[in-house]
Design a protein around this ligand. Structure first.
Ligand code: MN
Length: 311
């Protein structure tokens, strides 16, 4: 039996992978026996960074059975863990989402702070302790902050994210347009990649008395994609709605170049809910919002509205 596992939700994004790898390194530097392990398959963007800089792939695990204790980073909700982690083993949670299940992990000490990236919180551990950081962890954390804050253009961005990335930049070298390279790496959704991405990055929540599923795509070229393949997106959402028995389903589509969001919802009920909550207007199944908003920011707004309807 190994000691501590540092992991994230199933099929983690770059922020999750970076945070797990780097926090395990930090804990090791503090004399703790921790190991990063990845559940499922990392997002394309995470795999791109690993390949781009020839970084070792983090260990893939099926569940937590080989570990005594678990630390969750960039993850704090039960759905995303798909029952692969025993709640009782979780001793620490580091996350940056307003809506979370941290209270359901009875043993866990939770640090939930609403910065742009979990990677920022991990970076602050190193800088505060004055610990050395490997080039590998610095590259991963730096990339994750760029990605999660949409290159500091997303409204999730905080001063702490900027400071953390500046601290990391001392230890690495990346080209000035690295952000664009990173965004392009996740913008190829040719053929079956579109549906795979929608499913791979899907998340659902129980909000008030309703089950709400939200897909999220962050790409360069969102407008063209929607025009050409909007029907496929709606079909994929409807399938997820049926599979997961959801009340509402929609996609938050972030256009990384033109800095705007397109919300896609196939059914009228869901469109009405989103019109109320986000102050958007649908034309057909699509509504545009000229502000870069991420799923983690939309969830609390829908939660407030659906809880208000219950009470
Ligand atoms: Mn994150």
């Amino acid at each position: 039996m190994k000691n501590q596992l540092v992991t994230c939700y199933v099929n983690p994004d770059l922020d999750g992978v970076a945070s797990a790898v780097a926090y395990a390194e930090f804990l090791n530097s503090q004399g703790r026996e921790a190991q990063a392990g990845i559940l499922g398959k990392p997002h394309d963007e995470a795999r791109y960074v690993l390949t781009r800089f020839r970084l070792p792939s983090p260990e893939e695990i099926a569940d937590d059975k080989d570990y005594q204790e678990v630390i969750l980073v960039d993850a704090s909700d039960l759905n995303g863990l798909e029952s692969r982690i025993n709640q009782e083993k979780v001793i620490e949670i580091i996350d940056h989402r307003k809506v979370h299940d941290a209270g359901k992990f009875s043993r866990a000490k939770a640090q939930i702070e609403l910065v742009g990236a979990a990677a920022t919180l991990i970076t602050e551990k190193f800088s505060a302790a004055g610990s050395q950081i490997s080039k590998e962890s610095a590259l991963l954390l730096y990339s994750a902050i760029i990605s999660n804050t949409l290159n500091f253009k997303g409204s999730v961005t905080t001063e702490r994210d900027r400071q953390a990335s500046a601290w990391l930049a001392q230890f690495i070298q990346v080209p000035p347009d690295y952000w664009r390279e990173l965004f392009l790496a996740k913008s190829d959704l040719a053929g079956s990649k579109l549906e795979e991405r929608i499913r791979g990055d899907f998340a659902w929540f129980t909000l008030g008395a309703k089950r709400v599923g939200i897909a999220q795509l962050e790409i360069i070229g969102a407008e063209d994609l929607i025009r050409q393949r909007g029907d496929e997106i709606i079909a994929a959402l409807e399938e997820l709605k049926a599979d997961l028995n959801l009340d509402y389903v929609f996609q938050n589509t972030i256009e990384l170049d033109k800095l705007r969001n397109f919300i896609i919802a196939g059914d009228k009920d869901c469109q009405e809910l989103l019109t109320r909550v986000l102050g958007i207007e649908f034309s057909g199944c699509i509504a545009r919002k000229d502000q870069l908003m991420m799923r983690k920011q939309i969830v609390p707004l829908i939660k407030d509205e659906l809880e208000r309807l219950v009470n």
